[in-house]
Design a protein around this ligand. Structure first.
Ligand code: IPM
Ligand code: MG
Length: 366
């Protein structure tokens, strides 16, 4: 089959890690007889440099016309990059938020699991992790809440005041909950819905709506957890979680925490989905400007995001599993980029890791 894939190289280490994901996608295409046609799109700092805005209408329309989009990471050093001297609506992140909103990418999936091969990198004591390790996916609402509520800053009686609004309607909650329940059905059938219902009205509506959705999924067990407790449980007993369902801001914070306990944020993929098969796929980590251009960034999160893209948007399950198996093979053979290297080891470079995964793919049979 032939597919059209949007490619956003992005900023910082983005171009380096995307290069490897494309390499691996091409190896998968070759192995299974598909053709991926790539359409290069600009988003973030690269788009500001070229066009003065973080996302042009043309790039947005182009993204929408693709079967799926894969992205490196965007943004720069907020302290030193000139992009951060622009007003907030013209900065790199504003382009990403606009793309999420305009393409209606309301469900953000962020898996966090412990690779057997990387157990030593997990910062949590072995007795707390348990022998099974952990394997969870965070389903984060992505187009509502504090990120998109009304905001303004004003001066009242000589005192600066800033307002951000946290607003959700039941439809926004419901559609995200449905995605989470559908995913739970294919996993261990357990959902932890995370909110702050002891304080926030929006959380009380969240809870009520999630309970309504749960009625359609009697096989899935649902529990509610307050966000502060969840932050604690993630580091004290991570194996209790299967699917975590939560709103935009809580999901942003908890997904960083969840990724840290896997040992390296350089390993985690993510998908942002709407109610069609289209999706935007990107690593969970940022653009790491401090190591950009050095050829040492870990491309595995982006490669695994490419696998998610094959699975969720292109319906190429076997191909996706082959990429995952190829990543495992490289890790099992002991190859590590510096971020996951064992003490005293130097590790291999970005493109070397990409080559290893691509090579492993050529013989994969799952
Ligand atoms: C993320 C990032 C973004 C977010 C930023 C870059 C706007 O932290 O994808 O988690 O907060 O959603
Ligand atoms: Mg974040």
């Amino acid at each position: 089959m032939e597919y059209r894939i949007g490619v956003i190289r992005g900023d910082g280490i983005g171009p380096e890690i995307i290069e490897e994901a494309v390499k691996v996608l091409d190896a998968a295409a070759h192995r299974f007889g598909h053709k991926f046609n790539y359409s290069e799109l600009l988003l973030g700092g690269a788009s500001i440099d070229a066009h003065g805005v973080p996302l042009t209408d043309e790039a947005l329309a182009d993204a929408e016309s693709c079967d799926a989009v894969i992205m490196g990471s965007i943004g720069g050093d907020t302290g030193t990059s000139p992009w951060y001297r622009l007003e907030p609506s013209r900065r790199p992140e504003a382009g990403l938020l606009r793309m999420r909103k305009e393409l209606n990418l309301f469900a953000n999936l962020r898996p966090a699991y412990l690779f057997d091969e990387l157990k030593a990198a997990c910062p949590i004591k072995e007795e707390l992790i348990g022998s099974e390790g952990f394997d969870m996916v965070i389903v984060r609402e992505l187009t509502g809440g504090l990120y998109f509520g009304e905001r303004h800053t004003s001066e009242v009686d000589g005192v600066m005041t800033a307002v951000d609004t946290l607003e959700y309607n039941a439809d926004e909650i419901r559609r995200t909950a449905v995605k989470a329940f559908e995913i739970a059905m294919k996993r261990d059938k357990k959902i932890t819905s995370v909110d702050k219902a002891n304080v926030l009205d929006s959380s009380r509506l969240w809870r009520r709506t999630v309970e309504e959705v749960a009625k359609d999924y009697p096989e899935v067990s649902l529990e509610h957890m307050l966000v502060d407790n969840c932050a604690m449980q993630l580091v004290s007993e991570p194996s209790q979680f299967d699917v975590i369902l939560t709103e935009n801001m809580f999901g942003d914070i908890l997904s960083d925490e969840a990724s840290m306990i896997t040992g390296s944020i350089g390993m985690l993929s993510s998908a942002s989905l709407n109610d069609t098969s289209f999706g935007l796929y990107e690593p969970s980590h940022g653009s790491a400007p401090d190591i950009a251009g050095k050829g040492i960034a870990n491309p595995l999160a982006t490669i695994l995001s490419a696998a998610m893209m094959l699975k969720y948007s292109l319906n190429l399950d076997k191909e996706a599993r082959c990429i995952e198996a190829a990543v495992k093979k490289a890790l099992k053979a002991g190859y590590r980029t510096p971020d996951i290297a064992r003490k005293g080891e130097k590790g291999i470079g970005t493109s070397e890791m990409g080559n290893l995964v691509a090579e492993a793919l050529s013989t994969c049979s799952v």
